[in-house]
Design a protein around this ligand. Sequence first.
Ligand SMILES: NC(=O)C1=CN([C@@H]2O[C@H](COP(=O)(O)OP(=O)(O)OC[C@H]3O[C@@H](n4cnc5c(N)ncnc54)[C@H](O)[C@@H]3O)[C@@H](O)[C@H]2O)C=CC1
Ligand SMILES: O=C(O)[C@@H]1CCC=N1
Length: 274
Amino acid sequence: MMTIAVLGAGKIGESLLSGLLQAGYAPSQLMFTERYTQRASELEHQYGVDHTDVVSAARHADVLIIAVKPQDIEPLLDELCPYVAPSKLVVSLCAGLPTAMFEQRLAAGTPVVRVMPNTPMLVGEAMSVVSGGTCAQETHLDLAEELLGCVGSVVRVPESQQDVVTALSGSGPAYFFYLIESMIDAGVLLGLPRAVAGRLIVQTAVGSAAMLREGEGHPTIMREGVSSPGGTTVAGIRELEKHGVRAALIDAVEAAHDRSVELGRVHEDGEPGE
Ligand SMILES: NC(=O)C1=CN([C@@H]2O[C@H](COP(=O)(O)OP(=O)(O)OC[C@H]3O[C@@H](n4cnc5c(N)ncnc54)[C@H](O)[C@@H]3O)[C@@H](O)[C@H]2O)C=CC1
Ligand SMILES: O=C(O)[C@@H]1CCC=N1
């Protein structure tokens, strides 16, 4: 039976473990490493999955899923790489880190798959985007897709597109949360209790997303569907246009993209990331 180790059980690592269990993987197929011992004990107790050390994980797991922050990658790779046989699959969830960086440190021929997930993984609604390194075969990409498919949707792109993906779906939840916060504030400004404004706007976001996901329509058509002649919506949209909100969102995604490129370069130069 295939065994899977999650290295670093923070927000993303924990939600992946939880999703794999819910999808039917047995606790005995899973293990995790976590540097904070109290968190490790809590997770062991909660999920019934063994906490282990990096060397045992490298030796015993078939798939090693790296879920530490990019700035913590160097010490982890120092510990891990000498023990990883090239028959193992290494899956990195680390933002901005190229597969080449892992390939340089691992035994020649070790397959590496890079994934950019996002935090909706915490509720089984992640958007995960996978790319294979030079030694990753179709079967490795299929396996990575199967594992990430337990916690949401999965799309495959060439690795050259991962910085755009990081900016769009990786950081994207933060931009939606920011918009939602702003709309809740608008409701409060106009006299609604915060809890009521929050409920209204969260359900409005969920409903709008469901229309986009389930319908065949384009967002522009759906927006026009809300905009009655002489009505309230066009009056509001005119303000968004006046304030350059569309350009601001495009600039935000572009800035996140540029930062992702910069983080990748920092690691190429062999310096610690931020
Ligand atoms: N949070 C986000 O929105 C997204 C995060 N990611 C990526 O996912 C990865 C994980 O992110 P989060 O879960 O948000 O971070 P986090 O900080 O919540 O979790 C990382 C965990 O790894 C542990 N850790 C660090 N070094 C370790 C080591 N050597 N051995 C064992 N455990 C170690 C830490 O104690 C921590 O619990 C990062 O690489 C991040 O770039 C990707 C997409 C979205
Ligand atoms: O901001 C970050 O570094 C991570 C990567 C994608 C989302 N959050």
